[in-house]
Design a protein around this ligand. Structure first.
Ligand SMILES: NC(=O)c1ccc[n+]([C@@H]2O[C@H](COP(=O)([O-])OP(=O)(O)OC[C@H]3O[C@@H](n4cnc5c(N)ncnc54)[C@H](O)[C@@H]3O)[C@@H](O)[C@H]2O)c1
Ligand SMILES: [Zn+2]
Length: 375
């Protein structure tokens, strides 16, 4: 359900009494005060941001709140994945409590997925659940991490292993702020946009092939692409909030992608998440062709489009040496999408025809990876 009456779009996430709106469009940081005041009973807000986003957007955001009589305190944390830790969780919880945020007040995440996941987790546990507003500032956060209510931090045992489901009360996705995002981070977020087309929206994928330049340069297509992506994720989340079935499709490209992230030791100089997903989606399509599920043309089309936008499409493009295929296979087997020893993969019958395959023989995957290493 989208509102086409202006450049701003609204996507509603339907979750019964926990339903909420995602507002998407330009100027939403400046309009935050009125949007929040219209929905929030309380008049106090604790904002969490990071050292890249804070210096640029904290002032205009706080001014917009002050204009509507909302009092705000802010906490600026270091930027980067390492911030999703127990240590920083404690800092956020203490700061929210110190700001005397009560039930009708709210905790706000102003930043990318790292700040969103950490702050959402804190909001989910402080006073057994506080109101939470997401102001996602990276493309990945706008189309993926801010939608669906998954929150959490990393453990030394792996990423995102500690957390809770905690839905936000409102999401404000200001599409202008993406102009200050690095081109590499923008492309990485775009991989997730393309993913929604490849899951079950072949027309959207074809539209992306035609309109991606406008998305990157900030035209009307950017708002349209983000709204379509949020709607796609919202639909899946509404049908399967806690990832029992359908939601697994959102992991298209992620089993290979996560293994590559682990193989590069989460070193963002070598690979960021969206790049791993881009390579992973190409691999998933190639593997589907190898298993005679899909035509090789689909894989070629995916590869060509992701390459056009500047994303890596093969393991060879990852700088530095990768571990042997067997080690990559171990990482795949350790991935959380493995149930009772069988490999669960998201495979495809063609563009926009993905499905959950939960009986994929590990030996086939290994020989496929070995082939890929040779070529
Ligand atoms: N909860 C979920 O459902 C979900 C889904 C996908 C990913 N995630 C999580 O999201 C995280 C990745 O998110 P991310 O890619 O946004 O990473 P991030 O938060 O680290 O942001 C990427 C970089 O861009 C900077 N940045 C963000 N917005 C900016 C802006 N407007 N201008 C300039 N710089 C800006 C950040 O400071 C950071 O350096 C991972 O921790 C991942 O696990 C969560
Ligand atoms: Zn992802």
């Amino acid at each position: 359900m989208t509102d086409t009456s202006s450049t701003r779009r609204t996507v509603r996430v339907e979750l019964g009494d926990r339903s909420y709106d995602i507002l998407i469009g330009p100027g939403l940081i400046a309009a935050a005060g009125s949007e929040i005041a219209a929905r929030l009973k309380g008049r106090r807000i604790a904002i969490v941001t990071d050292a890249h986003v804070g210096p640029v957007y904290l002032d205009p955001f706080m001014r917009s709140l002050a204009d509507k009589g909302i009092e705000a305190v802010s906490l600026v944390l270091p930027a980067g994945e390492k911030t999703k830790s127990f240590e920083h969780l404690m800092t956020v919880c203490d700061s929210v409590l110190g700001a005397r945020i009560e039930r009708n007040d709210a905790v706000v995440a102003l930043g990318g997925g790292v700040i969103g996941d950490l702050t959402g987790f804190a909001a989910g546990i402080v006073r057994r659940g506080s109101r939470f507003i997401q102001v996602p500032t990276s493309l990945l956060a706008q189309v993926d991490s801010s939608v669906g209510g998954k929150t959490g931090i990393n453990s030394r045992h792996g990423k995102n292993l500690i957390g809770v489901f905690h839905q936000p009360d409102l999401v404000l996705a200001d599409t202008d702020v993406l102009d200050t995002l690095s081109p590499r981070e923008f492309r990485a977020g775009y991989a997730e946009v393309a993913k929604y087309g490849l899951i079950d929206k072949p027309d959207f994928f074809a539209w992306l092939e035609k309109n991606w330049k406008d998305i990157f340069s900030g035209g009307a297509a950017r708002i349209e692409a983000i709204a379509t992506s949020c709607q796609a994720k919202a639909d899946v989340v509404a049908a399967d909030e806690r990832e029992n079935g359908l939601r697994a499709l959102l992991n298209l490209g992620h089993t290979f992608g996560h293994a590559l992230e682990a193989a590069t030791e989460y070193d963002s100089r070598r690979l960021v998440h969206g790049e791993g997903v881009a390579i992973g989606m190409v691999l998933a399509h190639q593997f589907s062709a190898r298993m005679n599920l899909a035509s090789p043309d689909a894989a070629r089309r995916v590869e060509a489009h992701l390459k056009d936008v500047g994303l890596p499409v093969s393991m060879r493009e990852i700088p530095g040496e990768l571990p042997p295929a067997e080690r990559l296979m171990d990482a795949i087997a350790q991935d959380k999408k493995v149930k009772s020893g069988k490999l669960t993969f998201i495979l495809t019958r063609g563009i926009g025809q993905s499905f959950v395959a939960d009986d994929v023989p590990a030996s086939e995957v290994l020989s496929f990876l070995k082939d890929k290493y040779l070529r």
